[in-house]
Design a protein around this ligand. Structure first.
Ligand SMILES: [Zn+2]
Length: 177
């Protein structure tokens, strides 16, 4: 059973990492990451080998750099005088980056939860407007656009869903620790 669990966790983590990289750096980023590049490489060398536009490769690498998954150093080429970028992918930092991203998502969900549970909303049955209680009262519970009577929006389902998402994220974060 221990082996089974370890295996499914590993698959889960790979999937999460792929999702993170795709969100940050697109499909090219996922491809670059999957190459398991050892040590330094230049972007033009990669573009040549993969047959992908150098700008696309650079865009993906800089996006990965922004979140800490890739790093680079610049060096002037003695022959051409051009600046060369020597890139490296920080495979060992990916878990940390993923954790940080999950923490960000978690705090966004918590804000959402707060808004959902502290505000009572009223909506127009024709979906013209959604307003907090105070505004609904000012409007005399009547839609200013179509004149329908505003109805109470039950947020308990949404709150429940957000809570579930938070729990899921918390579990992932604890698995990464
Ligand atoms: Zn309306």
């Amino acid at each position: 059973m221990g082996v089974e669990t370890a295996k499914s966790d590993a698959i889960n983590l790979d999937k999460l990492i792929n999702e993170l990289i795709e969100r940050v750096a697109g499909e090219v980023g996922v491809l670059l990451y999957s190459l398991q590049l050892d040590g330094e490489f230049t972007d033009d060398q990669l573009a040549l080998e993969l047959g992908i536009e150098i700008n696309e490769i650079r865009r993906a690498l800089f996006a990965m750099y922004e979140v800490g998954i890739a790093e680079y150093r610049r060096k002037r080429d003695d022959e051409t005088g051009w600046m060369e970028y020597y890139w490296k992918i920080n495979y060992q930092k990916v878990k940390e980056v993923l954790k940080k991203e999950l923490e960000k998502t978690k705090s966004k969900l918590k804000e959402k939860l707060e808004a959902e549970s502290s505000n009572i909303y009223y909506i127009c049955p024709n979906i013209c407007i959604k307003v907090p209680y105070d505004d609904a009262m000012d409007l005399n519970f009547t839609c200013p656009k179509c004149g329908s009577t505003l109805i109470y929006l039950d947020c308990s389902k949404a709150v429940e869903k957000t809570l579930e998402e938070i729990k899921k994220i918390e579990k992932l974060i604890s698995e990464l620790s």
